[in-house]
Design a protein around this ligand. Sequence first.
Ligand SMILES: [Zn+2]
Length: 282
Amino acid sequence: MRTKSCFVCRKNNITFFGKRNGYDYFKCNDCSTIQLNPLPSEEQLTLLYEKQYSKSGHHDTSPSKSELVKQYLWNDIKLAVTRYLPKGSRVLDYGAGWGGLCKLLNKNNFQCEAVDQSEEMVAYCRDVGIPITLGDLDSFPDQTFDAIVMCTVFEHLINHDEWLKKAHTKIKQNGLLISLQPTAHFASFAGTILKKSGELPDLNGAFSAPWHTGLISCKGMQILSERNRFKIIEIAMGSNTRREGLVGLLLRFIEVVNRIAYPIFKERWPLVICHIFVLRKM
Ligand SMILES: [Zn+2]
């Protein structure tokens, strides 16, 4: 059912932003978060993930492709973990996919394990010796991890508040949640310019309905964090994914520009595609 309120800031101030794959994205005029409206139910989305996700072209089809596309994002997360946690810390890579980030963290002497819901990806990880669980946060006892990390997963969540509450219980006291995710700023800027008769562009997968339920703004992440007893201790720009051809060149160019502009303008700079959020459990 269509709603009038933003699922992040809960203000009744959202308006139609554009269509994608037959779904409608709305934008919050208060916190700027872009969100599916109506949001499919958990049951509907679970079914869609089972039936359509592998054919949707949205996920990385192989471990090597995943590494090619995301290695710089993984490195950003590795650097963030290294900034805040001592080697040997226990880390969960949530929504680990083919396990590349988990492998990288273990190579850097963290004690990382993975969790994912895809049977195919979990089977692969087990084959190559990446410690992985098929399941969800429920698969782990409370207060297990020094940090939960996620690379381009937060935008897929269905109930962000419920998920954050659960993550809070699985993280040790003063532990961290580190998420690199596409945010609302660039999507809003580029979506406004590039949409044609209300239809949004793919924008390198940012407008992937119904998989991307929300592209949350930095302000939105502040609100969600506070409401769920986390404190944001760092917001940084994330690297762009690596692609081939013209899109790849454009993404590299934007990244170079961002590296110059972001330190000056911070969250006001609209060309950062992904931000990294470091949240501390309060
Ligand atoms: Zn809002």
